[in-house]
Design a protein around this ligand. Sequence first.
Ligand SMILES: *Cc1c(COP(=O)(O)O)cnc(C)c1O
Length: 386
Amino acid sequence: MTRPVYVHDLDALTVQAETIRAALPRQVELLYAVKANPDPGVLRTLAPVVDGFEAASRGELCRLAEVLPGRAPAAYAGPGKTDADLAAALAADVHRIHVESPAELRRLGALATASGRSAQVLLRVNLPVDAPGASLVMGGGPSPFGMDPADAVECARRPPAGIDVRGIHAHLASGLDAPLAATVAAAVVRWAVAEVGADEVDVGGGMAVDYADPAARFDWVDYGRALAGVLDRHPGVRLRIEPGRSVTAYCGAYLTEVIDVKRSYGEWFVVVAGGTHHLRTPAAKGHSQPFTVHRRRGPDGPHTDGPHTDGGPVTVVGQLCTPKDVLSRSATAGPIGVGDVLAFAMAGAYAWNISHRDFLLHEPPLFRTGDPEELADEWAALPSGS
Ligand SMILES: *Cc1c(COP(=O)(O)O)cnc(C)c1O
């Protein structure tokens, strides 16, 4: 078999989600941002653990309705919502619609009024937040996302007919470590309470995932403690977060087989089946996707006779006719031979679903559930190319 396989480890996903849930104060609502990975098995696995789902398109609303019928999405967000999108969100009884602009709020108000209901809204605000330790300012610059603070205050004070402003939403950055994410959350809540008297605040996602260090994890315990402090300072505020990447990234893997190895002007290249048209994450983020090597095994142990690299650094590329089709540049892969199976880890978020799958019209990957390392070992024990 040379067809690449995505493996979702749903048991590991349950553990990850439960670990996050357990680290957060009970009152903090945990939403999952569906856009990170909308796989039906992923959604079904998360459903009993999270408080709800954040959909960022009508397609995601439909996916949720199919996979989890009867469970209204917790939030509907995203820039560029058409009237049809907004009407679909109203019809789906979405708990909160996150509104991105004053004009969108007026359109939503008109649609809600026409259908005899009122829309339950959080206003997305693009707030400047100082992170002193990191000498960093987030938000507060020109952006297609959210409203300027003054516009949000105005919308909250004088909402159009048909709109019930329930609070504030902010999602200002991604790749935040726990102290930084906590600083942002505290600043957003402080602003929302002081400026619009909000008693409901969604502080977004963006918790860091470090692809260079698969063992590193966002410190949910530290973050949960900080959120408890925020709740202490603002009793009565309903606090919500909506992470995506940090929930699912670790629970997916992309398995593939080495087709060719070659030396080019002194550098080793490993060519695998598939590539960034299946797993765009390393191309999109500009990182090396971490992987493990499962040497092809015969009845007598690992094959060592076929072509293989010298054990030094390699560049792992796919089957696309573009120099951008690089999955990994690894210094420490060890020897890699034709027929070996590579298991790319951390492929559970913004992976298959962001990939330019039709480029070159290669076959799509297969999808399985289970333990990726075990499945890679099983694959490597089959006859090569079978
Ligand atoms: C993408 C997105 C998220 C999830 O972000 P992660 O980095 O995957 O945690 C949450 N909220 C909004 C508004 C988003 O656009």
